[in-house]
Design a protein around this ligand. Sequence first.
Ligand SMILES: [Zn+2]
Length: 267
Amino acid sequence: MISFRDIERGLQDLKIPSQTPVIVHASLSAFGDVQGGAESVLGALARCYNAILMPTFTYKTMIIPSAGPENNGLVYGSGRQSNLMAEFYNPTMPADKMMWVVAEKLRNLPAAKRSSHPILSFSGIHMDAVLNKQSIYNPLGPIQELANQQGWVLLLGVDHTVNTSLHLAERLSGRKQFIRWALTPQGISECPNFPGCSDGFNAIAPYLGSITRQINIGNATVQALPLLPMLDVTLELLRKMPGALLCDIPGCERCYAVRQLLAQPLA
Ligand SMILES: [Zn+2]
């Protein structure tokens, strides 16, 4: 069983100044038994960093229409069942379970604020300027602002497949973005510039070795990376190898759509 102090000490070993804003992706279960659970993880984070951002995405608001733009990484009409389960977005909607409990704890802090994207909202403390950079057209605006503020990425017991910030490098490289739709009280909201699939993101790890700080806390591997250099390295790879970081999962519609475009001869 590990304690709040163990987590705090581990984070301190990363030697990131407390004034550095961080985006955190955390799996509670990866640590093993944690005394105090998600509250201890969040408490230790809050002791070590002044400004913390986490994704609190809500994919459960998504609707699949019966028709839409071509090559959009989506099988139109395939959502007859899932559309019935879709929920109207509201700002107090819990983050999806796949975002894990630590992000939910952060969202529920009295001091926390949340951006308003109906699918890709972020929650944070002392992150107002970052959260304000998100719009329906620019879902990754907060990541760009965090990079501008010399922010860092923390992966607590998770790997690059959940490293949302890598999507910004994809977008900056000119990689195709998608359109998705969300159910909101104002009607169905079109969400452009929706990022691609992240299942192939672990392929970036060897390129980031020299800028990654890594420690263990309990059973969890913890990685920390400075955002701007991480984006630079990823952008360079994507420029050299435009198909990098796509996944090999059969039937992945978004990776297929990107590959289709890459296969087209240049006009
Ligand atoms: Zn994929």
